[in-house]
Ligand binder design. Sequence first.
Ligand SMILES: [Zn+2]
Length: 240
Amino acid sequence: MIANDMLPTLEKLLVVQDRDRRIAQLKLERMRIPEQIASAEQRLKAESARLEGLRDEAKHIEAERKRWEIDAESKRTQIAKYRTQLSQIKSNTEYQALLKEIARVEREIDEIETHELEVMEKSDQLQPSVKTEQVMLKEVSAKVEAERADLQKRIAIIDQELKQVLAERQQLAREIDPDALNRYERLMRSKSDFAIVPIRNGNCGGCHLNIPPQLAHNAKHGSELTSCDYCGRILYWQPE
Ligand SMILES: [Zn+2]
């Protein structure tokens, strides 16, 4: 792994780098949690809206059925009135005309009853969907609740670990030569991944370009930190 004659400063910086990478990882994970909670809540909201939509549809259908019912009822009242009138009519023409009118309204009632049946059929078809959606909503609601609880627990765990790693990092940093630490920190800020990389198969572990033998020799045996000429990262020798 690490060469035996590695500079103590380099060895310590590698540990700091390891902690810094863990800190960055934890911060990133923590930053994404509110988004994950929001997306779970969005799912619940959508499911709830679906059920609301089905219930609205059922309400509309019921209102429509009621309208047909009232319509049919008023036409039946009309027919009853006509029948009373029939007994008082003397003229045959008027009598025939009223009979025709009664037949017309009766046909209308027939039509209305057909509509009523259609609407009731629609309502019957809708009921199972409403029930299924109610079950779905309950399931999604329980899942989202569990997910939210898990994520909140995760926040607490992350915060705990962050506190611990940050304290550890601070302690490690105190033991390192300030100039070397400064150099490392500047590099860590400018590179998004590593400030210190191994030389692997003669190449820089950061930019992957070939390291001249002299530089590799310095990294292996030198008494000072060695940097890659191309990317500036601090190099260490890793036996193959
Ligand atoms: Zn490089």
